[in-house]
Structure formats: structure tokens, C-alpha cells
Ligand binder design. Structure first.
Ligand code: GRG
Length: 300
């Protein structure tokens, strides 16, 4: 495996190099699976591109906490597997019923609903295998913490709970508090865990873990606000998924409740607060600070 290049003086290079490390690790994380069609379906979604923001956050956080980011690569891969699983399931006819994801037909459009569900299941369980059985060189106590963190995030207290509330709210008037609940669980929880698990692998102390948690909570909500804005203002080509879906489905979003300008302002304020939480760590925090800016400035 290629060593993670940890160059904090050139963020663009850091991003490109770290993304390459993640892509290579994802590529070698699957197989041989039995039967082959399951492997194909898992690879189809896992290697379909994507910004890889969660694994990059995990590796950057590990570096900031003074750890060797190479040791966090299996966890970074696991997080991208959980994320990909949630996208596959979210796109199913029984959920959001979408046919475009990461610029390609959704998994169930290619492999059928049953295999899409099973590929998601296999990715979710492989994620925990990556951490518990394929993370050489990491203190098992730290790995146990990571498994615990991600089991909460992937389950009822996180992604699943958020998705259930989201489905229950379809076609109903939703207040800001409920919208925030959905976002914090569907999107914020995994982003937060990405940052926290990287630091856990590095053995971060409580003070740093607390600051990183505040940082992650800010960027997690900002990320989803920007997602709502982009759904309204961008195109399907740029997003790689169907644009304008929220409006069509009359979904409650930040722009719907607060307007575009106020939503953008809220995202910027959240990112500012997030950055402030880790600023005391100076140059070690530089990459995570640049990643926070990337979240508000992104166009897909
Ligand atoms: C079965 C454990 C389990 C969970 C499934 C379906 C579901 C529960 C939850 C849905 C979670 C979901 C799809 C949230 C949306 C999060 C979001 C903003 C996705 C887009 O993330 P990006 O922009 O996408 O990082 P890329 O493609 O760049 O990775």
C-alpha cells in the first residue's frame, strides 16, 4: 500500500494524493467474493467515484492527532463502504427511488433490487471486517472504540433513525428542528464519526477529541445545507445525481424554510465555528480547516 503523503503546505496536492491512496485502498478492499455477481455489484457502487470526503476527513484527522494516517486507511475504507451502502439503499424504489448516482445508473437499476440490497448488506458487514480483522498495527483497544463508534452511527441512533424520520416526514410540513434532526442523523453522524475515528486511531486525548467533535458537528450540518442548496441550484450532470428532486418531491429543505441566502449564510457560519474549534492546533489543523472550506465552496 502506498504511504499516505502528509503534506500540509500544499492542500491541493494533499487532497489529490490522499484521494489516490483512498481509491487504491478501496480497489483492493473487495474480493474474491462469492458469487462473482455480488462482487461486481459491490464494486460497481464502491468504485463509482464520489468525492471521498469522509475517508479523507478520517485520514486528515488521524494526522492532525499525530498518528500515522496509513494505519487509519482500513477505517477510512470502512467508512466509505458504510456511506456507499447507505447510498445504494437510499436510492431503492422503497426509499428515494432514484436512477442516477455518482453519474451512473443506480445499483438496483443495473443489478435489480434484491442484489442491490445484498450488495449494501455485504458492504456494511465488510466495513466492520476492515476494522476488526484488517487493520494491522493498530492497538485493539482503539479499534474496539472505532467499531463501537461506527456501530452507533450506522444503526438506529444514526443513519437508520435519520432515514426513518425522513421517510415519515414525506409529504408533511416539517419544522426546522425536525429537519435538523434528520440531517444530523442521516448526514452529520457519519461525517462526525469520520473525523472522530481518525483521531481515535491516533490515540488523541480528550481535549483534542472534543475540539474535533465540535469541528465535525459544524461541518456535518453545513455539508447537508450545501447539499440542499445544490439540489436547487445545480444540474444533474454536475452533481452526478438527479438535481431538483427535493423541489419535485416537495421535500422540506433549508432553502425552503430559510431561503437561499440565509441557508448559505448559516452554512458559512457553521463552517467558521467549526474552524475556530481546531484553530488552537495551528499548522496541524491546516488540512482540516481547508477541508471545511471545501465543503462550503463545493459545486457537487
Ligand atoms: C442499512 C445501516 C443502513 C442504513 C441505511 C438509507 C439509509 C439507511 C440512510 C440514508 C443516508 C443518506 C443517503 C444520506 C444522504 C447523505 C448525503 C448528503 C450523501 C451525499 O454524499 P456525498 O455528496 O456523495 O459525499 P459522494 O457521491 O461524493 O460520496
Amino acid at each position: 500500500m502506498k504511504e499516505v503523503i502528509d503534506n500540509i503546505s500544499d492542500f491541493d496536492k494533499y487532497l489529490k494524493d490522499t484521494k489516490m491512496v483512498v481509491e487504491e485502498a478501496l480497489d483492493s478492499s473487495l474480493g474474491p467474493e462469492n458469487p462473482e455477481i455480488l462482487r461486481e455489484s459491490m464494486r460497481y457502487s464502491l468504485l463509482a467515484g464520489g468525492k471521498r470526503i469522509r475517508p479523507i476527513l478520517c485520514l486528515a484527522s488521524c494526522s492532525m492527532a499525530g498518528g500515522n494516517p496509513s494505519l487509519a486507511v482500513p477505517t477510512a475504507v470502512a467508512i466509505e463502504m458504510i456511506h456507499t451502502m447507505s447510498l445504494i439503499h437510499d436510492d431503492l424504489p422503497a426509499m428515494d427511488n432514484d436512477d442516477l448516482r455518482r453519474g451512473r445508473p443506480t445499483n438496483h437499476k443495473v443489478y435489480g433490487d434484491a442484489l442491490a440490497i445484498l450488495a449494501g448488506d455485504a458492504l456494511l458487514t465488510r466495513a466492520f471486517e476492515m476494522i476488526s480483522l484488517r487493520s494491522p498495527g493498530v492497538d485493539p483497544n482503539r479499534l474496539l472504540k472505532v467499531v463501537g463508534e461506527l456501530s452507533l452511527v450506522a444503526g438506529a441512533p444514526g443513519l437508520v433513525g435519520g432515514q426513518v424520520v425522513d421517510l415519515e416526514c414525506e409529504g408533511k410540513e416539517v419544522i426546522l428542528e425536525t429537519l435538523e434532526y434528520i440531517h444530523l442523523h442521516k448526514t452529520g453522524a457519519l461525517l462526525k464519526a469520520s473525523v472522530r475515528t481518525g483521531a481515535m486511531i491516533a490515540g488523541a486525548n480528550e481535549e483534542l477529541l472534543k475540539a474535533l467533535t465540535t469541528y465535525a458537528e459544524g461541518i456535518g450540518l453545513a455539508f447537508q445545507i450545501i447539499d440542499d442548496i445544490l439540489d436547487l441550484t445545480s444540474s444533474s450532470e454536475k452533481l452526478g445525481k438527479t438535481a431538483g428532486k427535493d423541489l419535485l418531491a416537495d421535500k422540506t429543505t433549508y432553502p425552503k424554510l430559510l431561503g437561499l441566502d440565509e441557508s448559505k449564510k448559516r452554512a458559512i457560519d457553521l463552517v467558521d465555528k467549526a474552524k475556530k474549534a481546531i484553530e488552537p492546533w495551528g499548522k496541524n489543523a491546516k488540512n482540516l480547516i481547508s477541508l471545511a472550506d471545501l465543503i462550503t465552496n463545493r459545486d457537487n
